[in-house]
Write a protein that binds this ligand. Structure first.
Ligand code: XMP
Length: 513
């Protein structure tokens, strides 16, 4: 078993960020629901426990509270924000509503540099706060080690029991040295080494897959996206030809997408790739349909039919592999004010029906996206796939507004290829969340040479985002926008106008449908 840090989730929007920061220290971390029994936690033999923040007040009647035996496990504990208030309240301190909410940047002054959390750090640190409640009395045997303008107990410790508390958030980027504080906790206090690397995980995952699958056959739906691609490469390494990957061309792919998948997986990796060209079928089913939700449903259903038929052709397999990631399996804590709890997407209509009679192999289900990319690089996948921007399951259908016809798909595909090419040339493609073209259902008048035109409009969309839940439009340089517009209008037949989308999410969405 990996050395690990257990993070108890009290509904903070940053719980996953804490888990990622710990893993960036090369220490494995697991997120558990706040009320997980102490005995279950003990079974995992954690090297340390972190109590997350959360939107509640520890003194509220419905406050989420952990098993009190947690503090008797003899394991180091770090409470963050709500977590420190909880720690204090449980151990005999006092938490009250603060006179002033402490929110945003602050300066932390370390009063006792011998505290292990602040080893090798300066006495003055920029930190980020977000709390209304305040610790007003320390529990017995605790002492303050750092203060901020508004808080005399910004960091506290009980050195003998290895209990620590931070009122600010060390996990967020606005606390620039916060990762070092967390590293001090996991390495310095909890004594963890640095064994969690994707190099190590690769060997471990290969063993686990072999143990689970034995001599059976596995099928995987390969979309060419990061997750299914990494899952495919990993499984192939583990079980070679026992794996068959099914790639469905739904006619809604971007330029060269089908070719790249065939090149990388078929020719380079030499894995068993079953290529299903179902473009004509999807486009036939989409004929005359303009409603966005209807499009999604048709595509989802058609995909299932095509995939089911393809699995039969692939031969009898016991297992279906999926590129499920850790954030998909964490049980989110349903506490009012925790945006993570509200996020259930309308997107996954392409999921497979539960009645498909396969056992599941999910070799990425303990990994965050950045780890999956790292693993992809370890497996030798090209940057083009590992750092691919997200692409919606229904593909270009939700970017061809109005009816999806072969010719309108072709217009969008050509315009989109120019956006991708120029974004890559500018160096921005791999720095932002998504950049793409959208074909609008309006036509407008233009002049080209001596001719009057009446053609389509392309919208250019470029957004920055952490997870797709919220997004800001990217201020692309004017000369890049100019180049994009000029190339699209000159090179793509049927387009005579380009516009740039400057809507953020919310209130807009990233895609136009
Ligand atoms: P929206 O448009 O909802 O998109 O702001 C958020 C993120 O999700 C992607 N997206 C989809 N992904 N199936 C998917 O697999 C879909 O139907 C779908 N719709 C949107 C979108 O590209 C963005 O990254």
């Amino acid at each position: 078993m990996n050395e690990q840090i257990v993070i108890l989730d009290f509904g903070s929007q940053y719980t996953q960020v804490i888990a990622r920061r710990v893993r960036e220290c090369n220490v494995y971390s697991t997120i558990l629901h706040f009320n997980t029994p102490a005995t279950a936690i003990a079974k995992l033999k954690p090297s340390g426990i972190i109590l997350s923040g959360g939107p509640s007040s520890v003194y509220a009647a419905d406050a989420p509270l952990p098993d009190k035996n947690l503090f008797e496990l003899g394991v180091p504990v770090l409470g963050i924000c709500f977590g420190v208030q909880l720690l204090a309240q449980f151990l005999g301190g006092k938490v009250e509503k603060g006179l002033k909410r402490e929110y945003g940047k602050g300066t932390l002054t370390v009063k006792d540099s011998s505290c292990a959390l602040f080893a090798k750090l300066p006495k003055s640190l920029q930190v980020w706060n977000s709390h209304g409640d305040k610790l007003t009395k320390l529990p017995r045997d605790f002492k303050p080690v750092a203060i901020t303008e508004n808080s005399e107990y910004a960091a506290i410790e009980n050195r003998a029991r290895k209990f620590f508390g931070l009122q600010f958030h060390p996990e967020v980027v606005h606390t620039p040295r916060g990762k070092e504080i967390l590293a001090n906790f996991v390495h310095g206090v909890c004594g963890c080494g640095k064994s969690w690397t994707m190099r190590n995980y690769l060997d471990q995952a290969v063993e686990e897959i072999r143990a689970q699958v034995g001599k059976e056959k596995v099928i995987l739906g390969l979309s060419g996206g990061v997750d299914s691609s990494v899952a495919a490469a990993l499984l192939h390494k583990a079980i070679g030809d026992q794996l068959t990957c099914i790639f469905v061309n739904n006619g809604l792919l971007r330029a060269r997408e089908a070719e790249v998948v065939q090149e990388v997986f078929g020719r380079n990796f030499k894995l068993k790739l079953q290529y299903e060209n179902s473009a004509a079928l999807f486009l036939k089913k989409l004929k005359g349909v303009t409603d966005p939700e209807k499009k999604r449903k048709i595509i989802g259903r058609t995909f299932i039919d095509v995939f089911q038929a393809a699995t039969q052709r692939a031969g009898k397999a016991k297992f279906l592999a999926q590129g499920t990631l850790y954030p998909d399996v964490i049980e989110s804590v349903p506490i009012a004010g925790n945006p993570a709890a509200l996020i259930k997407s309308h997107h996954n209509v392409g999921g497979l029906p539960k009645n498909m009679k396969f056992a599941l192999v999910e070799p990425l289900k303990n990994l965050f996206k950045d780890e999956v990319r790292q693993l992809g690089l370890e497996l030798g996948l090209p940057k083009e796939i590992v750092w691919r921007q997200p692409f919606p399951g229904p593909g270009l259908a939700v970017r061809v507004l109005g009816e999806v016809t072969p010719s309108r798909c072709e217009i969008l595909r050509n315009a989109d290829a120019i956006v991708v090419e120029e974004m890559k040339a500018s160096g921005l493609y791999y720095k932002i969340w998504q950049s793409f073209a959208v074909l609008l259902p309006v036509r407008s008048v233009g002049v080209m040479g001596d001719e009057r035109t009446y053609d389509y409009t392309i919208a250019i969309r470029a957004v920055e985002s952490q997870d797709g839940m919220t997004a800001d439009w990217v201020k692309l340089p004017y000369d890049l926008l100019e180049k994009l517009a000029s190339r699209i209008i000159n090179e793509v037949k049927g387009v005579n106008r380009c516009v740039f989308d400057i809507t953020s999410k919310p209130p807009g969405t990233i895609e136009w449908e």
